[in-house]
Ligand binder design. Structure first.
Ligand SMILES: *Cc1c(COP(=O)(O)O)cnc(C)c1O
Length: 402
């Protein structure tokens, strides 16, 4: 069998799972390799992306924001305009199509901010497959509107109170469910993490972002962007964007991790910048962990970036220097959120605001012909309560006009 799928990225990746999951993973790898090479699978995938998600998503030039910074042009790839409001649906459609092809009768998923849960519940309704979503109890509270959405779409939401009651605990529960029910259940993972073949498969489904953006840049500007910037939680929207430009050495690839209250405080979610090598959720990768190897509770104002690991391919891109990874703290992300709202009339997700903040930092230092392409991974409606709460606790940020 020629799978053409890589199971490792340098020393990262692999399949560190219980013996019982080796066969389901092998079945999935074989089924996905076949589907990937099947023009009918690809045709149906792209037809749904077009007719249901509303692709392709446009590029938007941030004229007023760029002018206010006085440097490079900031250009957004508008994944916030997708049906369900973020990039995640690209991946859930791909995995649901694969689940149907494999004859699975039940979808399960983990979710942090709730966006992946909503995207999975959405395709479950679209394809008529029952769906159960595991979500940390703390996230159930701070992302209540998304819980209501999932339930409205017909999914069952399980609140997980174990551990820190956030994304990693939800993922543990989902894996436990899958071990028990793998015969009829397909586990839809929401990012480029987890055991092989998930990182490769999710990257492939999200690569539509980078492939479109590359072509759109050539059409609109007659050239490639100078930098492609995306936020990194697990790393799926970033891998999707990077995939379009990996073979273009002139394009700098920039991943942005969540610095929370600052790297030095220890309260952050920056796995590459602040973590060490370990194994989590079936893959060898960079992790936030104690000296004893216990996973550390992560923190970010943005629930979708609040994950202690990162996709293995990012670790390799970091080590080889093909991509660089910076850190944006809560206050910088909130300031970027405000600037995009006021200058461009776009309310970004808090996750995406980290990528916008990085571009805002870089733009003034660069000449005006420089193009900074930023992946606007999602819209911010889900975050309004978090932002109001943050501002209430940081009145000085409002006084200073932020
Ligand atoms: C989930 C989410 C992210 C983080 O996930 P990645 O896999 O790192 O892309 C970023 N932005 C939005 C809007 C999200 O919903």
């Amino acid at each position: 069998m020629n799978t053409a799928l890589k199971s490792h990225y340098g020393i990262y990746g692999g399949q560190y799972v219980a013996e019982t999951l080796m066969k389901p993973l092998a079945d999935m790898e074989a089924a996905y390799a076949k589907a990937k090479a099947d023009p009918e699978f690809q045709r149906e995938f792209h037809e749904i992306l077009c007719d249901y998600v509303g692709r392709e998503s446009p590029l938007t030039c941030c004229r007023r924001l760029s002018a206010s910074l006085g440097g490079a042009q900031i250009v957004l790839k508008r994944e916030d305009l997708n049906h369900t409001g973020a990039h995640k649906v690209n991946n859930t459609i791909g995995q649901a199509l694969l689940a149907r092809r494999m004859g699975k009768r039940r979808l399960i998923a983990e979710t942090g901010a709730g966006m992946h849960g909503v995207a999975t519940a959405t395709v479950a309704a679209l394809f008529g497959i029952p769906c159960e979503v595991y979500m940390g109890a703390i996230d159930v509270k701070r992302q209540a509107p998304n819980v209501a959405r999932m339930e409205m779409l017909g999914a069952t939401v399980h609140a997980v109170s174990e551990g820190s009651a956030t994304l990693k605990d939800a993922m543990n529960e989902a894996i436990r469910d899958w071990v028990t029910n793998c015969d009829d259940t397909f586990y839809v993972i929401g990012t480029v993490a987890g055991p092989h073949p998930y990182p490769a498969m999710v990257r492939d489904f999200q690569s539509v972002i980078g492939v479109e953006a590359r072509r759109q840049c050539l059409e609109k500007f007659g050239r490639l962007p100078d930098q492609a910037i995306a936020c990194v939680g697990g790393g799926s929207n970033a891998m999707g964007l990077f995939e379009g430009f990996l073979d273009d050495p002139s394009v700098r690839l920039v991943g942005v991790e969540a610095g929370g209250k600052g790297l030095a405080t220890g309260e952050h979610a920056a796995s590459i910048n602040g973590g060490r090598l370990g194994v989590l959720h079936g893959a060898k990768t960079m992790l936030l962990q104690t000296d004893a190897g216990q996973i550390i509770d992560t923190y970010s104002v943005s629930a979708g970036l609040d994950y202690p690991g990162v996709g293995p391919e990012h670790c390799l891109l970091h080590d080889t220097g093909r991509a660089e990874y910076s850190v944006i703290n809560d206050d910088e992300a909130i300031e970027a959120f405000d600037q995009l709202c006021r200058f461009e009339g776009i309310i970004p997700a808090l996750e995406s605001s980290h990528a916008v903040a990085e571009a805002i930092k870089r733009a003034p230092t660069l000449p005006p012909e420089t193009i900074l392409l930023v992946n606007l991974s999602g819209r911010g409606d889900k975050d309004l309560a978090s932002i109001a709460a943050w501002k209430e606790n940081h009145p000085s940020a409002i006084d200073s006009g932020r």
